[in-house]
Every structure is written in structure tokens, then in C-alpha cells.
Design a protein around this ligand. Structure first.
Ligand SMILES: [Zn+2]
Length: 102
């Protein structure tokens, strides 16, 4: 995973993740890292945005930074699969799968 949107506040970054879902260029799945060091996929960010942007958000929802999933997070067994797949701490799907949810 790579941090992104460092020019935005965490709340604004979370709003952008909920809306855009993908990093551009690259098309990688976006998500956020929370105050308790959890990882949320874009689908969960969109579903739980009200909790996430709440100024009194619990640490499990409070956004710290946005990220995008890079090729190593894709869960595909290939030459790029050098690191463990990253799973969303809320829905337990591989974060790159969020992009295929409706
Ligand atoms: Zn999720």
C-alpha cells in the first residue's frame, strides 16, 4: 500500500476515497488507514462515511491517511505477489476487491 492525498486533511481524503474509489492514474483501489491502524476499503469508507467523518469518531473509524493498493495487494498469485494481501478490517475482503463491489 502507498499513502496518497497527503495534501488533504484525513477527513477530506476519506470523502474523496468514498467518491472516487480508484487512484488515477493506475486504477488502484483506494482506502483509508484508521487511528487504530486498521485498514478500510473504499466500499466500507463509502458505507460508513458518516461515522468516519464524525469529529468524535471512534479510533476504528477515525481516518489518519488515505492509501492506494498497489500491485502487491491484488491477491493474485503472480510475480508481483511479494507481500501479504491486505484485508479490509471491516468487511475482511482483500482491499483490491472493493472495486468490484457494487
Ligand atoms: Zn471493506
Amino acid at each position: 500500500m502507498m499513502q496518497c492525498m497527503r495534501d488533504l486533511t484525513p477527513v477530506d481524503a476519506a470523502k474523496r476515497v468514498a467518491k472516487e474509489r480508484f487512484a488515477w492514474p493506475g486504477g488502484y483501489a483506494l482506502g483509508i488507514i484508521t487511528a487504530d491502524n486498521g485498514v478500510l476499503c473504499s466500499a466500507c469508507v463509502a458505507d460508513e462515511l458518516e461515522l468516519i467523518i464524525d469529529p468524535d469518531a471512534d479510533d476504528q473509524w477515525k481516518p489518519m491517511t488515505a492509501y492506494y493498493a498497489d500491485a502487491d495487494d491484488d491477491g493474485v498469485e503472480d510475480d508481483l505477489d511479494n507481500y501479504p494481501v491486505t484485508y479490509c478490517d471491516h468487511c475482511n475482503r482483500p482491499i483490491s476487491d472493493a472495486t468490484s463491489q457494487t
